[in-house]
Ligand binder design. Structure first.
Ligand SMILES: Nc1ncnc2c1ncn2[C@@H]1O[C@H](COP(=O)(O)OP(=O)(O)O)[C@@H](O)[C@H]1O
Ligand SMILES: O=C(O)C[C@@H](O)[C@H](O)C(=O)COP(=O)(O)O
Length: 331
């Protein structure tokens, strides 16, 4: 099954939310206490997805707020140089800082992120800084869940979603759940379900859908999709780590994507690379089953590399891995 977009648009994808800095441990396979040097990359889930999409050849734009400092300028320049339209990235004038994510790579399986996100510029995006004329130029609006965690960014997201729906722009909701960004799980579930119910496509891990449903025990994919298909979504993608992922359509089809074998360096970056390649494949007219392969292959490449954004692969790398067909069968 193919997924239809409004083809007559200047941008394939406009992502909205945070563009930040990742500081990835250079000496890995050890705790962060023993890490002395970190490499700087652009980070933040929606920025990573925009970068991945642009590297695959999609025309990408970004709506977000950057700090008026060296980090903000680095992010804007990097994103512009990979081909992203940054004209709707506004600069904060109130002294808010860029969000930082220090990553710890204790082992390929044991990775964590230490976030510095107190009063970060991205969460100060104001609804007045979301422009209808820009959104209506896109096939897809990619919304990141973390941007719903605080006002005024929350209202800016709700405005962006409403403008997308008004202008026949597909809303893709990447749940991107970062627990420390939220006051409590009840609040997360309220805003996640509000936006998920209005979206066309919802993408997340099983744990993130549990957050959407405010569950403390693991839910069933069938229950999740039965609920969401009573509303706007017609495609739901649920990821299960190395066990692969499932895509469910409103018309009742279910597709499974298997993960590809790789030499894992770290686990983060998987979700964002997955989303960019999955969306690239859908926009390129490939069927959903093939799009799952693109997402899985892209994730497998990125988990074998040091960064999330800079490591985003080319179409050739993804197709080369799919052709080798070395999938992981667990679960
Ligand atoms: N260890 C791994 N080896 C290869 N591919 C992986 C591995 N872990 C995850 N992936 C791929 O990345 C995708 C997304 O990973 P997942 O952990 O579910 O999401 P997130 O990174 O958003 O938490 C999976 O569906 C799978 O295809
Ligand atoms: O999203 C962030 O703020 C941190 C990311 O930049 C970081 O690279 C990361 O955690 C990506 O992991 P993913 O969301 O699993 O792809």
């Amino acid at each position: 099954m193919n997924y239809k977009f409004n083809d007559n648009r200047e941008f394939d994808i406009i992502a909205v939310g945070r563009a930040c800095i990742d500081l990835n441990a250079v000496e890995y396979n050890r705790p962060m206490e023993e890490t002395m040097t970190f490499s700087k990359y652009v980070g933040g889930s929606p920025a990573n997805i925009a970068i991945g999409s642009s590297k695959l050849g999609l025309k990408a734009g970004f709506i977000g707020k950057l700090a008026d400092d060296q980090h903000g300028r680095f992010i804007e320049q990097y994103m512009r140089e990979v081909g992203i339209d940054t004209t709707n990235m506004v600069v904060d004038k109130d002294g808010h800082k860029t969000g930082l994510a220090f990553t710890e790579i204790k082992s390929p399986e044991e990775c964590s992120i230490l976030m510095y996100r107190q009063d970060v510029a991205d969460l100060y995006l104001d609804p007045s800084e979301v422009d209808e004329e820009y959104i209506k130029k896109a096939k897809i609006l990619l919304v990141s869940g973390t941007a719903l965690s605080k006002s005024p960014s929350r209202e800016a997201m709700l405005k962006a979603v409403s403008l997308a729906k008004k202008n026949d722009v597909k809303v893709i909701f990447e749940l991107d759940y970062r627990p420390y960004s939220w006051n409590n799980t009840e609040e997360t579930a309220v805003y996640y379900s509000l936006v998920a119910e209005q979206s066309d496509v919802v993408i997340g891990t099983r744990e993130e859908f549990d957050a959407l449903e405010n569950r403390t025990t693991e839910g069933k994919n069938e229950d999740t999709v039965n609920y969401l298909f009573q509303h706007s979504p017609d495609l739901v993608v649920i990821k299960h780590g190395v066990e692969g992922s499932y895509a469910y359509t409103k018309s009742g089809e279910v597709f499974r994507g298997l993960a590809y074998k790789t030499k894992v360096l770290k686990t983060f970056g998987a979700g964002d690379s997955y989303a960019s390649a999955f969306l690239f494949a859908l926009i390129s007219g490939k069927d959903i089953e093939t799009a799952l392969k693109y997402g899985s292959a892209s994730a497998s490449i990125v988990v074998s590399k040091h960064s999330s954004s800079d490591a985003m692969p080319s179409v050739e790398e993804i197709e080369g891995l799919i052709a080798k067909n070395e999938t992981i069968s667990v679960g």
